[in-house]
Design a protein around this ligand. Structure first.
Ligand SMILES: [Cu+2]
Length: 153
């Protein structure tokens, strides 16, 4: 093979490799829809507490506790859609899936383990509400927050 032809085949091979890489990269966009799990363990909490997802992604809440829990949206601060959510997730494997098509913040509570007013706003834990432990102290409500980034569909 001549020196010139050899250079050309190396160039052609490189071009094919770059093209294949570029095509492959385009087929796996960063915003391909994903379903993220938020677990409820054998305790009154959501894990993770805070999660950031992309527009078009879904959240799947899975209740592995023996008690029922719920997802209630906070209307005042909910900019990510799904206003007025009030869904029970049964104990021992209950599941709730919500898809998010808008950017924003979605704070949510469990209505059984938070003290909420009529507009689903949390009321500060205290003598009038909240979770009271055996020693009489009031703890934080069971809640979590989803931040949706990207561009609105
Ligand atoms: Cu709960």
């Amino acid at each position: 093979m001549s020196r010139l032809r050899s250079h050309w085949s190396v160039f052609a091979l490189l071009a094919v490799a770059i093209l294949a890489f570029a095509t492959h990269s385009r087929k796996v966009p960063a915003d391909s829809p994903t379903t993220h799990n938020v677990m409820i363990p054998d305790e009154d909490r959501f894990v993770p507490f805070a999660i950031t997802i992309h527009v078009g992604d879904s959240i799947r809440w899975i209740n592995t506790d023996t008690d029922d829990h719920s997802v209630v949206s906070n209307d005042a601060f909910n900019t990510a859609g799904h206003r007025g959510v009030n869904q029970t997730i049964s104990g021992n494997g209950g599941v709730l899936v919500l898809k998010f098509d808008h950017t924003g913040v979605f704070p949510f509570y469990c209505r059984f383990h938070s003290m909420l007013d009529k507009a689903n706003q949390p009321i500060a834990p205290g003598p009038d509400g909240g979770i009271q432990d055996s020693s009489g102290n009031y703890g934080t409500p069971m809640n979590g927050v989803i931040t949706v980034v990207g561009s609105d569909n």
